[in-house]
Design a protein around this ligand. Structure first.
Ligand SMILES: [Zn+2]
Length: 356
């Protein structure tokens, strides 16, 4: 507030730059990672007419109003997502998408990015499932080399499809594990089907050495998180934020150190919580559940990785010490090699001990 006695206004308090805090990014979807300008340019390149609500959102930077807590809202979200995906048609578009995702992550202080993709959705335009996956993995290799970021891939099955499709994907993911695939996920509408329908696919992935990281506990409550633990032996939960509604489940996640990949901006954009301060970050953190903040689909939700940490600082009063701990938790839950982890963790310590 300006002083009425004519003195200088106080300088704003100096705060540490959260984009300089080393961290790992474990929840980012392939299509949803795109820069808005890239989607608009690609739409132009291919003459794709995007839905007006999407172009409005992309040009204004304001996320579209979605209420995905009901099926109609989720359907609208999927329509926008499909429209964005339809602009990615050639291998060079995939290369660009992956390189830009890596660049954006580096800008946000991420030293390790695990990007999630269902290659099935790109297969028709890229000559089939295997060529699509190979093009994606090649693009990740190139981005890794060109930008220096650590980057790996999670293959995600779609729970709207048949469990046999998920098994096919799991086998494929295992076959390409030495090409940079580290985990297996399950995405799309959590209200469709049961986690246990996909237990065989996850067993194939786990037996092949892949991490189990299904979505649960965002659009549906704590029971869906329990299903991920019981039926899919989840090592990490995509979201899991609604575990906060069940103290015994929180205890279980904390005891087993199962990390929840919490994406606060996504939760608010999809209407799971009304306001950023309603996301139960504190409840989860204080219960000892490891968290890895993620951006989920920055294209549609309007904010990237650092913004999730900003949200914890501004809406939940996380101190720099606590924010550093969040970053450490993201690194520990990643599949990064020990040397990468220890470099990132010592970077976190340096960030914290350097005065703002
Ligand atoms: Zn997600």
């Amino acid at each position: 507030m300006l002083s009425s006695s004519g003195g200088h206004p106080p300088n704003p308090p100096r705060v540490r730059d959260l984009s300089a805090l080393p961290k790992a990014h474990l929840h980012l979807h392939f299509t949803g990672s795109m820069r808005p300008t890239t989607v608009l340019e690609l739409a132009d390149k291919y003459g794709v007419r995007l839905p007006e609500s999407l172009t409005d959102a992309l040009t204004s930077g304001e996320p579209p109003r979605l209420r995905a807590t009901d099926e109609r809202g989720w359907f609208r979200f999927q329509r926008l997502y499909d429209a964005a995906r339809s602009c990615v048609r050639e291998p060079e578009d995939i290369q660009r998408l992956v390189r830009e995702a890596a660049e954006e992550d580096l800008r946000d202080g991420s030293g390790w990015l695990e990007i999630q993709v269902d290659p099935t959705s790109y297969a028709p335009r890229l000559g089939g499932l295997i060529p699509a996956l190979e093009i994606i993995l090649d693009a990740v290799d190139t981005a890794r080399r060109d930008t220096g970021i650590g980057m790996r891939v999670l293959v995600a099955a779609n729970r709207m499809k048949h469990p046999l499709d998920a098994r096919t994907l799991a086998r494929l993911a295992v076959r390409y594990a030495d090409r940079g695939i580290v985990g297996f996920g399950l995405s799309n509408d959590e209200r469709r089907g049961m986690a246990r329908d996909f237990d065989r696919a996850f067993a194939i992935a786990r037996e092949g050495g892949l991490l189990s990281a299904p979505h649960g506990g965002e659009l549906t409550g704590p029971a869906s998180v329990r299903d991920c633990l019981d039926d899919l032996e989840a090592d990490r939960i995509g979201h899991g934020v609604r575990a906060a509604e069940d103290p015994r489940l929180l205890q279980r996640l904390a005891d087993r150190q199962v990390t929840c990949e919490v994406c606060p901006a996504s939760n608010v954009a999809l209407g799971v919580y009304d306001k950023p301060e309603d996301v139960p970050l504190r409840t989860l953190f204080d219960a000892g559940v490891p968290l890895a903040l993620g951006a989920d689909d920055p294209l549609l939700f309007g904010s990237r990785l650092t913004a999730q940490y900003e949200l914890a600082r501004h809406h939940h009063a996380f101190t720099d010490g606590e924010l550093a701990e969040l970053a450490r938790q993201s690194v520990r839950a990643s599949t990064a090699p020990a040397s990468v982890k220890s470099d990132l963790l010592s970077g976190v310590d340096t960030w914290l001990t350097t005065p703002a």
